[in-house]
Design a protein around this ligand. Structure first.
Ligand code: NAD
Ligand code: UDX
Length: 485
């Protein structure tokens, strides 16, 4: 059908939750059911108290309040949702593999494969299967193979053709922290389809859904491989801009230039553009590093070593930027942070999210902990258990094994890392403050009060270049910013 009435989404995470909430809000005539194998996540999505939603996103509670219970449902009944729906979004996680072939590089597709197998097993009517997760090029082929083999009876080998499937690629371009506006006002919606009549019909059905709020000319259609590759390419280009400006920040520090001035000057060239040129302690988030490593892996697989090396450098430079920041803290504190109290303002990978995946804070903390620093964290949205889990995960899954990093036990981590509910507690008697996330509230603090509570000299390392340099220096802080010589 080209008019879909029932949608299922497998995966109620940072993408599945907000995306489906917006579809349900914009399309009251479509029933949207989001399912997940994690019962706690589903319970949180169903919580009466909207501040308990598992994803923190500005504007999300309002959208959920409007649609939930009307035409938006969250459930653990994956099979039921598959059976009932005409269109199924796969929006499960695709993290970097931590084992076996492609370890540390390739995307782990086991969750996607499980979804395809489950759809194949359960479906008794025709389904449009939509890849919403970010996937390597040609994954649709694998999904198609699994779905098609379902119509063949395992015991008899006979074809029962109980259901037919169309596979679409519909990558998501939202950024966390701005997910709702990004979804409502997407620059473009991308739909890749198979080159067949069924493929074109499915493409139209999905385009019709988005057309409820996205102008038709911004809904673009391509071949399925191009769509899959466009997602990896978009993230690689965005991350490349950050690594480019961060590389220049190192040069600025040596030469006395100011990276923010350089960014402003080049950004006014309309060919370059001003966005994504904010130098920082390094990019984080669940997407950039994972997707670039995946791209690099694909290039090596297709025997394109020069292309692989080119993109890998974006990640290498990002590792360097995080390391540089940590090293600068240690160097400035007279070459050791052992036993010293270092306050972290921010742990999330960017402002306005509670997501911490690949946050620069984790890597900077790890380096300081190797030198036995005492770390005191304040983040407005991240829970203490998440911070401990992040550090423990890094101990177990270090990508860069060439670094001479020792293993820290869970006990050591819990001894050395403290999490606070207030920035003033976190900075009391601190030797230094490091700003890791650009939360707006950090700019509004009574910095004189914070200064008074710290040990002297009072160091601040602004990893986001958000603080008022002149004002802090006037108070007496020893301030170090990124890319300001
Ligand atoms: P997430 O980890 O927040 O959510 C994934 C959810 O899928 C989890 O809740 C997990 O329990 C569930 N899940 C896994 N296997 C399942 C199964 N077999 N059945 C039911 N549920 C299952 O991940 P995310 O950040 O939402 O990312 C999802 C995908 O979207 C990834 O491929 C990612 O690359 C892509 N993406 C993410 C973003 C982003 O900003 N986070 C943006 C664009 C694209
Ligand atoms: C990114 C893409 O922007 C989005 O299109 C895709 O769908 C998912 O991946 P996300 O990771 O959520 O989104 O946030 P983004 O705003 O891209 O920021 C990623 C990281 O780069 C953050 O750590 C951020 O602080 C950092 N960053 C961003 C910079 O350091 N400088 C910048 O100029 C921009």
């Amino acid at each position: 059908p080209t008019e879909i009435k029932k949608i299922a989404c497998i995966g109620a995470g940072y993408v599945g939750g907000p995306t489906m909430a917006v579809i349900a809000q914009q399309c009251p005539h479509i029933q949207v059911t989001v399912v997940d194998i994690n019962p706690q996540r589903i319970a949180d999505w169903n919580d009466e108290d909207l501040s308990k939603l598992p994803v923190y996103e500005p504007g999300l509670p309002e959208v959920v309040a409007e649609a939930r219970g009307r035409n938006l449902f969250f459930s653990t009944d994956v099979e039921g949702a598959i059976r009932e729906s005409e269109m199924i979004f796969i929006s499960v996680n695709t993290p970097t593999k931590t084992y076996g072939v492609g370890k540390g590089m390739a995307a782990d597709l086991k969750y996607v494969e499980l979804c395809a197998r489950q759809i194949a097993e359960v479906a008794t009517s025709n389904k449009i299967v939509v890849e919403k997760s970010t996937l390597p090029v040609r994954t649709a082929q694998a999904i198609r193979t699994i779905l098609d083999s379902s119509s063949i009876n395992g015991d008899t080998g006979a074809s029962n053709k109980k259901a037919q499937f169309a596979v679409l690629s519909n990558p998501e371009f939202l950024a966390e922290g701005t997910a709702i506006t990004d979804l409502l006002h997407a620059d473009r919606v991308l739909i890749g389809s198979e080159d067949s009549e069924g493929g074109k019909q499915a493409e139209q059905a999905l385009a019709n859904i988005y057309a409820n709020w996205i102008p038709r000319e911004q809904i673009i259609t391509t071949r399925i491989w191009s769509s899959e590759l466009s997602k990896l390419t978009a993230n690689a280009f965005l991350a490349q801009r950050i690594s480019s400006i961060n590389s220049i920040s190192a040069l600025c520090e040596r030469t006395g230039a100011d990276v923010d001035e350089v960014a402003r000057a080049i950004g006014m060239d309309s060919r370059i553009g001003s966005k994504f040129l904010k130098s920082s302690v390094g990019f984080g988030g669940s997407c950039f590093q994972k997707d670039i490593l995946n791209l690099v892996y694909l290039c090596r697989h297709f025997n394109l070593p020069e292309v692989a090396d080119y993109w890998e450098q974006v990640v290498t430079l990002n590792d360097y930027q995080k390391h540089r920041f940590a090293k600068q803290i240690i160097d400035s504190l007279f070459n050791t942070v052992s036993g010293k109290k270092i306050s972290f303002l921010g742990w999330a990978f960017k402002k306005d999210t509670n997501d911490t995946r690949e946050s620069a804070a984790i890597y900077v903390a790890d380096e300081l902990l190797q030198d036995r620093a005492e770390i005191h964290v304040y983040d407005p949205k991240v829970k203490a258990e998440q911070i401990y889990a992040d550090l423990e995960y890094l101990q177990a899954n270090r990508r860069n094994t060439t670094q001479e990093n020792g293993q820290l036990s869970s006990e050591e981590i819990r001894q050395l890392v403290n999490v606070h509910q207030s920035p003033f507690d976190a900075t009391q008697n601190a030797h230094a403050i490091a700003v890791l996330t650009e939360w707006d509230e950090f700019k509004t603090y009574d910095w004189q009060k914070i200064y008074d509570g710290m040990l002297k000299p009072a160091f601040i390392f602004d990893g986001r270049n958000i603080l008022d340099r002149e004002a802090l220096k006037a108070i007496g802080f020893e301030l170090t910013s990124i890319g300001k010589g």
